[in-house]
Ligand binder design. Structure first.
Ligand code: PGA
Length: 267
């Protein structure tokens, strides 16, 4: 595992700052691989919560490499993806099903029926029940061993966007359909080509099932994430900064950062 340039404890979280994002991603892949191996050893299976976005792509590349080298199997793994645009066709290359196939599923021995994603095609009248069912599936599979997360510039985790909810209500948020924040829509323009083409809604795993994971690994790289990282770790716990709600996680939270994303932690 690449060694961090420095490690700190901030608000109960372990923060590891790396010289480069690729080093941090290798470390993240090693944490995921270790979570798989130890859960399979202890319970015969591992359950992962997975994230999309540009940040974790090298993590998936490294996991695929470990698999190719014969060092890691996904044969006893279930995965639950964190979110999906709504509505979106399952074959849409901009959807997260296609993303996961491209970056991980096509390259490892994960059974197709064990790769769970929220479905951007369910009809409007069934979307609440579909989201509730997803939480029941996660629970029935024994809960998440590890949740991999990115964080938005606006502090969102999954598509749990900033809100003015009281903290206790934010902590209880289940998996559900949501409206995307304008900053999230703006960030998605690079994928969809034009703002008018970005879906305005999504389905996201809620704050409550994220916090219930047995461990959480958060990745953030680049100066555009520094403010969200600092507010999540040093600011008040508030639904206005969903990343700050991670301080109420049930299990250990590890932040893997590069120097630019960590820069406001020393201020
Ligand atoms: P990004 O997105 O990895 O594309 O920066 C992170 C997020 O919005 O959670």
């Amino acid at each position: 595992m690449p060694a961090p340039a420095r490690s700190l404890e901030v608000a109960g979280a372990s923060v590891r700052v790396f010289d480069s994002a690729p080093d941090a991603c290798r470390a993240a892949a090693d944490l995921v691989a270790e979570a798989i191996r130890s859960a399979v050893r202890e319970r015969g299976r591992a359950v992962l919560g997975l994230a999309t976005g540009s940040t974790p792509i090298p993590v998936y590349a490294r996991l695929a490499e470990l698999h190719r080298a014969g060092e890691l199997s996904f044969a006893d793994v279930d995965t639950y993806n964190l979110d999906e645009y709504y509505p979106i066709a399952p074959t849409d290359p901009k959807g997260f099903r296609a993303f996961m196939h491209r970056h991980l599923f096509a390259h490892v021995d994960l059974a197709a029926n064990r790769a769970h994603l929220l479905d951007g095609t369910v009809p409007e009248h069934a979307v609440d029940e579909h989201a509730a069912q997803y939480d029941r599936w996660i629970a029935a599979d024994g809960g998440l061993d590890l949740q991999l997360l990115g964080i938005g510039r606006n502090g969102h985790i999954g598509f749990n966007e900033p809100s003015d909810l009281p903290v206790d209500r934010a902590l209880a948020l289940p998996t559900r359909p949501v409206d995307l924040h304008p900053a999230t829509v703006a960030d998605a323009v690079k994928d969809f080509g034009a703002e008018a083409l970005v879906p305005r809604r999504a389905i996201t795993v809620g704050i409550a099932p994220i916090l219930a994971a047995r461990s959480i690994v958060v990745l953030a790289f680049g100066p555009h994430k520094a403010d969200a990282v600092a507010r999540s770790l040093l600011g008040p716990v508030t639904a206005g900064v969903p990343g700050s709600l991670l301080r109420h996680a049930d299990g250990p939270v590890t932040w893997l950062l590069d120097e630019t994303a960590a820069r406001d932690l020393d201020a």
